[in-house]
Write a protein that binds this ligand. Structure first.
Ligand SMILES: *Cc1c(COP(=O)(O)O)cnc(C)c1O
Length: 379
């Protein structure tokens, strides 16, 4: 049987193992240690920012601690982009707060500024001004940063920038992860670089980072005994994982270039296929990392062929593809919460498909993908 072509698989650079070996040789196996510090510095350098980076155990933990830092607690409302991975929204529930979901706009597939305004005004009318806005750079394509920042400033509502999929993407020349009041990164196994599991929170100041690290290491007050005056979390990244991360940071620029080349590959592959559009950003504004390349299939123009037909066809050929994120307001666990929108994300979910996008796909694998897709649309 043919080997499976995955949507997005880990891609080591080679030096990760020497950092990990160093951790073993020096017995920095317990959390913390020099790689954590080094990894945070590498990320900060890459982001070219004055902000501070706290390495954590996951992107989900980073979102959770951003909410804690912003004082989100039981009964508060938090606006969240509906079309995203569930990890953007779950931490709202961890805090006992209430998500208010907002639709996408068709340009970037991300949070719609106009619907965000409606959601804020509605909250204010009910005396429930939202405590934060969680906005996501889906598939590495930046949301409308300037417009959302205007709204955030006007209403004085902080932005949690979920940049889990967008490390290496830029908006107006600046790195994603640096636009929010807090910025979230993920190093999960399927992301553009990985520590096997991990994340980071980009913090506005040294003090904020220190607070985040305090919460992430069980909120231990400065006492000889264990003393706690705040809820603690076990959310810090380990020194071993950070060692992998340091090796991955050495190759991040290559990984971004390779993912962008995959996007070009699909643009070229689909240029003569009627009814299929490859999701692309306006590159005069933003340069995406194209973490996942994705397409929309208009079945009215493909002779009735749907995204599900293509997915099943590829699956039979051992090629993984996946529908776009199913919007949160359509998920059973979140269905009871309010939603502001007009069907944009539903339609994207119906017509959209993510295609194999890894930075490590071989020419042979790209050939298989190309042949499969050409065959599918030619008969
Ligand atoms: C992966 C991802 C997360 C969560 O990151 P983990 O490190 O897996 O916890 C959050 N938001 C989005 C949009 C993601 O894609």
């Amino acid at each position: 049987m043919q080997s499976k072509i995955w949507l997005s698989s880990p891609h080591m650079g080679g030096n990760e193992i020497s950092y990990v070996n160093h951790a073993f040789e020096t017995n920095w196996i317990a959390p913390l240690g020099p790689h954590v510090v080094g990894f945070e510095r590498d990320i900060k350098d890459f982001l070219q920012t004055n902000k501070e980076v706290a390495a954590l155990s996951s992107g989900t933990a980073a979102i959770h601690l951003a909410l804690v830092m912003l004082g989100v607690s039981a009964g508060d409302e938090v606006i969240c982009q509906s079309m995203t991975f569930s990890a953007s929204a779950n931490p709202i529930l961890y805090q006992g707060a209430t998500p208010v979901f907002v639709d996408s706009e068709p340009q970037t597939w991300n949070i719609c500024p106009e619907e965000t305004l409606r959601a804020i005004e509605d909250g204010i009318k009910r005396n429930k001004k939202p405590k934060a806005i969680i906005a996501v750079h889906l598939y590495g394509v930046p949301f409308q940063v300037d417009r959302l920042r205007e709204i955030s400033n006007h209403y004085n509502i902080p932005i949690i920038e979920d940049s889990a999929e967008a490390l290496g993407s830029t908006y107006k020349g600046l790195q994603c992860g640096t636009f929010g009041d807090f910025g979230v990164l993920s190093f999960n196994g399927n992301k553009i670089i990985t520590t096997s599991g991990g994340g980071a929170l980009v913090c506005p100041s040294v003090e904020a980072k220190e607070k985040v690290v305090f919460y992430a290491t069980q909120s231990r007050d400065p006492q000889p005994h264990y003393q706690h005056s705040h809820i603690g979390y076990n959310y810090r990244l380990s020194n071993v994982s950070a060692g992998i991360g340091r090796g991955q940071m050495e190759v991040l620029a290559d990984r971004v270039a390779a993912r962008r080349a995959m996007h070009e590959f699909y643009v070229d592959l689909f240029k003569d296929i009627h009814g299929v559009t490859v999701f692309s950003a306006d590159e005069s504004v933003s340069v995406p990392n194209y973490w996942l390349s994705s397409i929309l299939i208009d079945a009215d123009k493909t002779g009735g062929k749907t995204r599900e037909d293509l997915r099943l066809f590829l699956d039979a050929l051992q090629i993984e593809s996946r529908p776009l994120w199913k919007p949160m307001h359509l998920q059973p666990i979140f269905a009871s919460y309010s939603f502001f929108g007009s069907g944009v994300s539903e339609k994207l979910f119906e017509d959209g498909l993510c295609l194999p996008s890894g930075s490590n796909l071989s020419d042979e694998e790209k050939g298989r993908i190309s042949a499969a897709i050409t065959t599918f649309f030619s008969n």
